[in-house]
Design a protein around this ligand. Structure first.
Ligand SMILES: [Zn+2]
Length: 183
């Protein structure tokens, strides 16, 4: 096949994909690829779903539970696996993700998606540390982000973060980013 022909074919299939993707894409793959960067309300978790790494898994698990006002934590994390359980001892909700070698990915092996605990007002999953981490990611992608934009960003999380705190967090996040660039 000539190079020109291959290029043309590729162009065509990309166009078709972008047309079909709106409603169909998510249901087609047997083990779908998770998107940890999706907005809180759109983060999906399911058995068999794959992540690029455990950081993405943790990010998605936090967002998923923030959206339903539940607090979870990660009692077991190492380089090959990660487990999250509910803060409420009597609640069965849990998710477990482990490394797969071929092809390399991290896949959800156990998922009990049932919270018997009640919704919480003060969400421990959306603590200050989490806020800083999320904002750090955002500022890395958009270094010129204004405080107003940062505030709008947190609105979709249903996390109440006051202006002073966002300001402090932005300063802190920018310092961390600067620090890691120097290192
Ligand atoms: Zn629970």
């Amino acid at each position: 096949m000539s190079e020109a022909g291959a290029g043309m074919h590729c162009y065509e299939s990309e166009e078709l994909d972008s047309i079909a993707s709106d409603d169909e894409e998510s249901q087609q793959a047997p083990f779908s690829q998770a998107n940890a960067d999706a907005p809180v309300r759109e983060v999906r978790l399911e058995l068999g779903i794959k992540f690029e790494n455990l950081e993405h898994f943790k990010k998605a698990v936090r967002k998923f539970n923030i959206n339903i006002s539940r607090s979870i934590f990660f009692p077991r994390v190492d380089s090959t696996r990660c487990k999250a359980i509910c803060y409420d001892e009597d609640c069965p909700w849990q998710i477990y993700c482990a490394k797969r070698s071929y092809p390399l990915s991290f896949q959800v092996k156990t998922f009990v998606n049932e919270h018997t605990c009640s919704r919480v007002n003060k969400n421990k999953s959306a603590d200050a540390k989490w806020v800083v981490e999320e904002l750090e990611d955002k500022i890395r992608d958009h270094p010129d982000m204004s405080q107003r934009q940062a505030q709008d960003f947190f609105k979709e999380y249903d996390v109440i973060v006051n202006e002073r705190k966002i300001y402090r967090t932005m300063v802190k996040a920018k310092e961390i980013i600067k620090g890691s660039e120097i290192a």
